[in-house]
Design a protein around this ligand. Structure first.
Ligand code: RIB
Length: 312
């Protein structure tokens, strides 16, 4: 049994700035650092660190950035044998982070653009496995990979980030858990319902869960997270209450959530417990600069969980 993450690996070039630059403006960074990132790689690191046997399926360039990913994942005990090399360079994300921890990201997909479902087909998938997908590799290949995972009986999780403007056919056909932020939920709701007058996030999630016959999870940032199950039941979890001055960088907090949620399912948590575990991982990921560099391990999450339970 494993969590298998199919997705992107990027190198994040992170610039801390006072305010995000406006069009035509040149500004100086307060600080600059380079981290391993990419939504797929982030989710794999979060999954492994929070307690699941994890494998990564993706593509890197034949460059030092790509090798850094493999070294770091090997160090976390992640199976990297399904990462292929391409002639294109490892994906790059230029990330600007302001003093409130908010960010803007410009991506160059590079090697991620050749990641394909045949790579996942080489993995000996079984019904015990959990496959995790996001949207930073070719969308047709994501659909094929999801279908393959389902044909082997694996559970499937799709984190629809970044949300495209249009959805490829079949994207939602075989998804057990669809993880959305508020903006992504609005896009999916509008696409499915053709209704431009948006109801609240809860009504959207009920509609999405019913329409797609999936468990729909919506993350609300500092407001927490909720899920609507296929039978229309609601589950909620609260994040840590963070002081604005403690939030350093929200980059990759959603990936920390998705990875920890996958790991919680791997560890056979029920849905409410998995949401709470993942919500804490997402909160802790906001306290340090960078994505993977900020992710907590299982003990850190469980310690905070105890504090939350004591306070309740
Ligand atoms: O979700 C955060 C990630 O998005 C970053 O690590 C960056 O690489 C972009 O893919």
């Amino acid at each position: 049994m494993s969590v298998i993450v199919f997705g992107s690996l990027n190198t994040d070039l992170c610039y801390q700035v006072r305010e995000l630059p406006r069009a035509g403006e040149t500004i100086s960074a307060l600080n600059f650092e380079v981290f391993n990132g990419g939504k797929g790689a982030n989710q794999a690191i979060s999954s492994a660190r929070s307690g699941a046997k994890t494998a990564m399926v993706g593509t890197i360039g034949r460059d030092a950035y790509g090798q850094d990913h493999v070294n770091s994942m090997d160090g976390e005990g992640i199976d990297t044998s399904y990462i292929q090399h391409a002639s294109k360079p490892t994906g790059i994300a230029n990330i600007y982070i302001d003093q409130h921890g908010e960010n803007n990201i410009v991506l160059n997909a590079g090697a991620n653009s050749v990641t394909n479902a045949a790579q996942l087909a080489k993995y000996p998938l079984s019904a015990d496995d959990i496959c995790v997908f996001q949207m930073e590799v070719n969308h047709q290949e994501i659909v094929k990979a999801i279908k393959h995972a389902k044909s082997k009986g694996a559970r499937t999780i799709l984190n629809l980030a970044p949300a495209p403007d249009d959805f490829v056919d079949g994207l939602f056909d075989d998804i057990d858990y669809l993880i959305l932020n508020e903006g992504e939920a609005e896009k999916v709701y509008t696409y499915l319902s053709k209704d431009t007058s948006l109801p609240d996030s809860y009504a959207q999630a009920h509609f999405i869960a019913k329409h797609l016959n999936t468990n729909c999870i919506v993350t609300l940032g500092g407001e927490g997270v909720f899920a609507v199950t296929t039978d229309q039941n609601e589950h909620k979890a609260t994040p840590l209450s963070l002081k604005p001055q403690d939030i350093v960088d929200t980059t990759g907090a959603g990936d920390a959530f998705t990875g920890a949620f996958s790991s919680a399912l791997y560890n056979q948590y029920d849905l409410s417990a998995a949401l709470q575990f993942a919500a804490i991982a997402g909160s802790l990921a906001c306290l340090k600069l960078g994505a993977q560099s900020s992710y907590p391990n299982k003990d850190e999450i469980l310690a905070k969980l105890q504090d939350v339970n004591k306070a309740a």
